[in-house]
Design a protein around this ligand. Structure first.
Ligand SMILES: N[C@@H](CCC(=O)N[C@@H](CS)C(=O)NCC(=O)O)C(=O)O
Length: 210
């Protein structure tokens, strides 16, 4: 395996899903958690001036989904043919759109205090409408795969981890009952976070504001 180094801030936000995928696959990586005072210098060294960035034997890759897709293939946590890969990509795009939607896309800045807003009110008025738009799409896909808590087949892929981490933040940073109308998404979260490798990592993870 190559030498992997992940650059991200010391929070979950967009980068944690990559850490989860490394833990799922039980693969080693250097978890470079950037402090805000270092960011000014490091930003200039990143391919797109943003993180997460994965360095693979010294070569830097940016964009969360590009990193996840690459690692999914490296760790055999992807589709097994081009059509399966495209079906997973379709769901990954849905998750990416959800994360970038109007309310969801701003919510972490509300949680960090970078946007002045009442957290509970913002969640209810801005984030929940995004959940209501995107969760049914994922719910339907999960049901079509046979109601086993996975988006494709019977083994966790990078897109399962991406979806589970994204929706679990709705519960962890929003409201515990926000996904009650989506039992298959709850089953996906349950399945991914009960994988022994992920469970072990999460048990010792420190809480972060987003
Ligand atoms: N489309 C990119 C977005 C990356 C992004 O927004 N990164 C933020 C942190 S979550 C960042 O680097 N912010 C610092 C900056 O832009 O200076 C992805 O999915 O990776």
């Amino acid at each position: 395996m190559p030498d992997y180094k992940l650059y991200y801030f010391d929070v979950r936000s967009r980068g944690e899903v990559i850490r989860l995928l490394f833990h799922l696959a039980d693969e080693k990586f250097e978890d470079q958690r950037i402090q805000m005072e270092e960011w000014g210098v490091l930003k200039a060294e990143m391919p797109l001036g943003q993180v997460p960035v994965l360095e693979v034997d010294g070569v830097k890759i940016a964009q969360t989904t590009a990193i996840l897709r690459y690692l999914g293939h490296q760790f055999h946590r992807a589709g097994t043919n081009a059509v399966e890969c495209a079906r997973l990509d379709m769901m990954a795009e849905v998750i990416q759109e959800f994360m970038s939607a109007q309310g969801m896309g701003s919510y972490s800045r509300v949680l960090f205090g970078l946007i002045q807003a009442n957290k509970e009110q913002f969640f209810k008025e801005k984030v929940l409408p995004d959940v209501e738009k995107y969760a049914p799409l994922v719910e339907k896909f999960l049901l079509e795969n046979g109601n086993n808590g996975l988006l494709l087949g019977d083994r966790e892929t990078w897109v399962d981890v991406f979806a589970a981490e994204t929706f679990s933040k709705i519960i962890d940073y929003g409201s515990p009952d926000a996904l009650d109308a989506y039992p298959h998404i709850l089953a996906l979260i349950n399945r991914v976070f009960n994988h022994p490798n992920i469970k072990k990592y999460v048990a010792q993870r420190k809480p972060t504001p987003a």
